[in-house]
Design a binder for this molecule. Structure first.
Ligand code: CUA
Length: 319
């Protein structure tokens, strides 16, 4: 049970103001419910304790029963809910994208949930929009507004160490404001069951100082460099993959994840597979076994050599 108290997905190890308030609320609820449990258990044991019976008129019995129903059945739960709202509503309020008092601009990051991957966009990046997939970089020590939506079914955006989760609903944009106190890597996970591969819908979140974040965005302004060594693989890609995947300077497919910086990522298949040498070729050959039902058709009609070359080229794609 104690495993939940730490790790990169623990709400009990907050790394931002919103998450800290959620954690306090959680501890408060745990304490309160423990008191209720102890009192009810004590009363229950007391009721079973043999002892002398007091003779009461049925009128008195009714009066006492009514007192328990009103006190324990109406007042106690009513008071608990009011208390919970009194502490809970302000916590939620502070995650709303309200205007900041000093008119400060808030970084905007757009996140779209797909079956089963994450599309991440930086529309306000200097020099033009930046797009990436299954990884999210954010500046540290300043509020960030996450504008989230779903492309197909309902998903939910959740970075447990930074704050509460929010639904990603097709046709609607929800906004949540979160802030990271310190640089670091945070785990994030789709938090709404969205189909067979819901578990394998993980997001790598990295918070970094503002200068590093700007440099990260600037790196992505130019398309990845291409060498002649991989011409054959590029041709394969254009023939078989380009209608679904974008690689800046090569293709503009919008169905699947943008692959312009895939060589720079930490995982494949939204957390399914660690990124290492040969991992992309392995993924291309076995992705339907690794992540059954994912939307990419299998590539059984392409021979192993072609897939290896394709994987080797994709690994070079790095800003
Ligand atoms: Cu997406 Cu669960």
């Amino acid at each position: 049970m104690l495993v939940g108290c730490s790790g990169d997905r623990s709400i009990l190890d907050p790394a931002g103001q919103a998450a800290r308030e959620v954690a306090w609320l959680w501890w408060g609820m745990l304490a309160f419910s423990t008191v209720v449990l102890v009192v009810i258990t004590a009363l229950w044991l007391y009721a079973f304790r043999g002892g002398r019976r007091v003779a009461r008129s049925s009128r008195d019995e009714q009066r006492i029963a009514r007192r328990w129903i009103i006190g324990g059945g109406l007042l106690l739960p009513g008071l608990s809910i009011v208390l919970l709202l009194a502490f809970g509503v302000p916590v939620g309020q502070r995650m709303l994208p309200l205007p900041l008092p000093d008119g400060q601009q808030v970084e905007r990051i757009e996140v779209t949930g797909h079956q089963w991957w994450w599309e991440v966009r930086y529309p306000d990046a200097e020099g033009g929009e930046v797009v990436t997939s299954n990884q999210l970089m954010m500046p540290v020590g300043e509020p960030v507004d996450f504008h989230v939506t779903g492309a197909d079914v309902i998903h939910a955006f959740w970075i447990p160490r930074l704050g509460g989760k929010i639904d990603m609903i097709p046709g609607r944009t929800n906004v949540i404001r979160l802030e990271a106190d310190a640089s670091g890597v945070f785990g994030a996970q789709c938090a709404e069951f969205c189909g067979a591969q819901h578990t394998n819908m993980q997001l790598h979140v990295e918070a970094m100082p503002r200068d590093d974040f700007n440099a990260w965005l600037a790196e992505r302004q130019a398309p990845p460099e291409q060498s002649d060594d991989h011409q054959a693989a590029r041709d394969t890609f254009v023939e078989h993959c380009a209608s679904c995947h974008r690689v800046a300077g090569v293709s503009d497919g919008q169905q699947g994840p943008d692959l312009s910086d895939i060589g720079d990522r930490v995982s494949l298949g939204a957390g399914r597979l660690a990124m290492e040498e040969g991992a992309i070729a392995h993924w291309l050959r076995h992705h339907q076994q690794l992540k059954p039902g994912n939307r990419m058709p299998s590539h059984d009609h392409l021979d192993a050599e072609t897939l290896d070359a394709l994987g080797a080229w994709l690994e070079t794609l790095s800003p």
